[in-house]
Design a protein around this ligand. Structure first.
Ligand SMILES: [Zn+2]
Ligand SMILES: [Zn+2]
Length: 542
């Protein structure tokens, strides 16, 4: 069997199942609880995975609508990480529906809108944009209403099924599976429904937090979560919905919802596919991204340091069952991987295995939200740009960068696609250096030669040799510079070579270390480099 891309395999499997459902339009769904920072990990399984499968099936003639459901009626748990963003004044919102919790920074109408603002508007950058967003808050005002009534009528049967999954902690016979919002204290997580008046559509409840006894409409509350999830499937008509690995355990939450769908509500639950988490490595520490734990960066943050295609490529080239670790210090490497895939797609590079090449080329193709560029774009290394921008004027940064890249022969012509890509690259790399680059990437060339360190230099003669050799170079590029550096230091023992490099950095930057020598020199002006090295070799101001 030839190797195939996981998206195509998944589409084949799903196609067979969908055909049995025999609908005109199929519904794909994803779900998110807006409990805090809306991180890039959430793009993986709930948006990009269904988008890819949808696009492959659409090419085969299937009509599919892709939805994303936001669980906005969920209780705000008041975890320490959530309380922290209120700076000590959030305690009173514990147990409130997320949609009613205020914006801790006061710039949006509530908590959900605040955290959604760094995610929602960017969905179109990270997918093909054909995604409709619904909230459970809106569903309770409309489509879910009838489902709530059905649930309350069938509550004995509902209880029987739900209790199978609750171990010893079973719901009692008088259980009414609806959680109203307390009109006095605002909590949704501490009320107990005591009676249901179907005619008036009212639930009577007592609040275990504040003791209030009151009545609520069916919009002012939510169903118990298993039932709510089942309800979302039913009222939206969901045919396919991926889920995080926490729901994947046999007998776990998803199984209980499927049981409810089939045995209480009489419909086919959606097909599914589980996916692994995305974690974030920062400063040597690694942690799963979590929304309510406020671990992760948002799509907006990502856009400021890297193209969306880079993240898409990471997700698409990794099977959903495998963990993805995002290390923000590694952005230059992610670009290298992407560029390699790009070259493989255009047939000018290879892994050595034609089957692997095909899978990589397919990842590259799917990475593009519409279609890939027509010809191989100009590829400029991220790390080169990251070093270069530090030595350019901030104003008209892009224009200066292009001029510099042309001068050093890194680019010649720029087609529209490449120009747009490079424009993004220049600004993203600039931000990355400021925010996430490892210390080894940062440097500053002093505006005046660092005379004060000349007295410390041990290998002046060799600095002069280096200056002369560099001066003779016809082409000021990283590879040629690297050859010179190697040759000039080749006869030195380890200790002397270390000293020589220390001298080199002192002469150039006034500091004993800096970014790797050849990539650094390649982004600096040749005349300036030669001059500084010669001055240092002479040992005193000229
Ligand atoms: Zn806000
Ligand atoms: Zn209350």
């Amino acid at each position: 069997m030839p190797k195939r891309h996981w998206v195509d395999v998944m589409a084949d499997e799903l196609e067979e199942k969908l055909r049995k459902r025999g609908k005109d339009v199929y519904i794909f769904n994803g779900g998110l609880s807006v409990s805090g920072v809306q991180h890039i990990g959430r793009l993986r399984g709930e948006l990009i995975l269904p988008e890819l499968v949808r696009r492959v099936l659409a090419e085969r003639g299937y009509k599919i609508r892709q939805l994303l459901t936001l669980y906005t009626q969920d209780a705000w748990k008041g975890k320490s990480s959530q309380l922290k963003v209120f700076g000590g004044s959030g305690e009173k919102y514990v147990g409130w529906p997320l949609i009613r919790v205020p914006d801790p920074q006061g710039c949006h109408s509530n908590w959900v809108e605040h955290y959604w603002s760094d995610f929602g508007p960017y969905i179109k950058e990270f997918t093909d944009g054909k995604v409709e967003v619904v909230t459970t808050t809106d569903l309770y005002k409309g489509a879910l209403k009838e489902f709530v009534v059905e649930t309350l009528r069938k509550r004995d049967k509902v209880r029987e099924v739900v209790n199978k999954y609750r171990g010893r902690n079973k719901y009692p016979e008088d259980w009414i599976p609806f959680e109203p919002v307390c009109s006095k204290c605002g909590r949704i997580d501490r009320t107990k429904a005591v009676s249901f008046d179907e005619e008036k559509g009212e639930i009577e409840y007592v609040c275990r937090a504040c003791g209030h006894r009151g009545k609520a409409s069916l919009e002012e509350g939510k169903l118990n979560w298993r039932i709510e999830w089942t309800g979302v499937w039913k009222v939206l008509g969901v045919d396919f919905e991926p889920y995080g690995k926490d729901h994947a355990t046999p007998g776990g939450s998803r199984d209980s919802c499927k049981d409810l769908a089939v045995n209480v509500y009489g419909f086919d639950p959606p097909e599914g596919e589980w996916y692994e988490w995305v974690s974030l490595r920062m400063g040597g520490k690694e942690a799963d991204m979590t929304s309510s734990g406020f671990v992760g960066i948002t799509p907006r943050d990502w856009m400021e340091i890297a193209h969306p295609e880079i993240l898409r490529y990471i997700y698409i080239s990794t099977h959903p069952h495998r963990r993805v670790v995002i290390d923000l210090q590694e952005i230059p490497r992610y670009y290298n991987d992407y560029y390699k895939a790009e070259r493989i797609y255009f047939g000018i590079d290879s892994t050595g295995d034609p089957e692997d090449d095909e899978v990589i080329a397919r990842s590259y193709e799917l990475t593009h939200r519409e279609k890939p560029p027509e010809a191989l774009p100009v590829q400029v290394s991220y790390s080169h740009v990251a070093l270069m921008v530090q030595n350019l004027p901030r104003d008209n940064l892009f224009e200066h960068a292009v001029e510099r890249l042309r001068k050093t022969g890194m680019i010649r012509g720029l087609d529209d696609y490449s120009e747009q890509w490079l424009r993004g690259l220049v600004y993203k790399a600039y931000n990355w250096v400021e925010r996430y680059a490892p210390p080894g990437y940062r440097y500053k060339v002093p505006s005046k030669p660092p005379f004060e360190v000349y007295g410390d230099l041990k290998h002046r003669d060799r600095l002069l040799v280096l200056a002369n050799r560099l001066e003779e170079l016809d082409s000021w590029d990283e590879e040629s510079i690297k050859q010179v550096m190697i040759e000039v230091g080749s006869d030195l023992d380890k200790k002397s070579r270390r000293e020589f490099y220390r001298d080199f950095y002192l002469a150039l930057l006034g500091k004993p270390q800096g970014p790797r020598a050849a990539p650094l020199l390649a982004v600096l002006d040749k005349g300036l480099v030669v001059e500084r090295l010669k001055l240092a070799a002479a040992g005193e101001p000229r």
